[in-house]
Design a protein around this ligand. Sequence first.
Ligand code: FAD
Length: 110
Amino acid sequence: MEVGPGNGGRGRIRMRVLIAGGGIGGRTAAPGRHAAGIECVAAESAVELRPPGAGIDLRPHAAGELAGLGRGDGLAEVGVRTGFQTRIGRSGGTILALPRGRTSRSAGSR
Ligand SMILES: Cc1cc2nc3c(=O)[nH]c(=O)nc-3n(C[C@H](O)[C@H](O)[C@H](O)COP(=O)(O)OP(=O)(O)OC[C@H]3O[C@@H](n4cnc5c(N)ncnc54)[C@H](O)[C@@H]3O)c2cc1C
């Protein structure tokens, strides 16, 4: 990254970013830095990356970040839009009903 004023007038500093881990954080941080013109290297210790085996619930803020990285179409292709996440007890009663998707956004949840 080139940094202008702020280093005592000694010129610009070129910085390379190392991202440790290729999980959700690393996989969004790397293209985000790249889009901003920041050189970065991502290192992942796992030999093989596999699907998590469980559904992942993305809140609107996370979906917005992916859309900002140009992954919105891919997300729409594999994702299922939800309205509520409901947890039901053994007796059939609702324990918890959390707004999700657009409902979540209108409820102010991130
Ligand atoms: C069962 C379960 C269900 C979940 N469900 C949801 C959900 O529905 N929605 C949601 O938003 N969140 C969910 N989460 C939370 C979510 O998985 C985490 O918040 C998210 O994975 C954190 O991302 P991360 O990139 O910080 O870490 P991680 O995804 O854990 O990635 C870290 C990566 O770093 C690598 N690594 C570790 N040490 C090193 C090293 N020294 N050098 C290089 N690489 C290294 C690891 O191999 C790993 O790939 C769930 C978590 C669990 C356990």
